[in-house]
Design a protein around this ligand. Structure first.
Ligand SMILES: [Zn+2]
Length: 137
């Protein structure tokens, strides 16, 4: 399907491919790398296909990545808490659970930040396909 500017919307399979590439920190568009300038910043463009990786940072674009990061950490927290609780019940190691989950909630957001950013980029590329300013330049 194409919109009024002639941009093609990706199919479900393409979206899954884009998100899969993003999870392993590769360009959602071509699978090329590196897409990170450093742990907290994306390159301006993909070094392989040249697509813009920074798509409107001035408009609080990073908030989507942060939301994804928080959601991912919450899911890991919930799965970790309930997993340990169910597996070890009735002798739940409360101290280990408490300190381990606190440590995880400090470390995981930092570890998962680049993945969250690139996955958010993939989702954004899927729902807001390439425009003229995103093309090779
Ligand atoms: Zn690329």
């Amino acid at each position: 399907m194409a919109d009024s500017e002639g941009m093609a919307w990706p199919g479900f399979r393409r979206v899954i491919q884009m998100v899969g590439r993003a999870v392993i920190l590769r360009c959602p568009n071509c699978g090329g790398r590196p897409v990170l300038r450093d742990w907290f910043h994306l390159r301006e463009r993909c070094p392989i296909c040249g697509i813009a990786l920074e798509r409107g940072e001035e408009n609080d674009y990073y908030i989507g990545g942060m939301l994804l990061n928080i959601t991912l950490c919450f899911v890991i927290f919930a799965v970790g808490f309930w997993g340990v609780l169910i597996v070890t019940y009735p002798r739940v190691p409360w101290d280990a659970l408490q300190y381990g989950l606190v440590a995880a909630m400090i470390i995981l957001p930092i570890l998962l930040y680049p993945i969250s950013r690139v996955v958010w980029l993939a989702v954004d590329m899927a729902v807001r396909p390439r425009s003229e300013k995103d093309k090779d330049g």
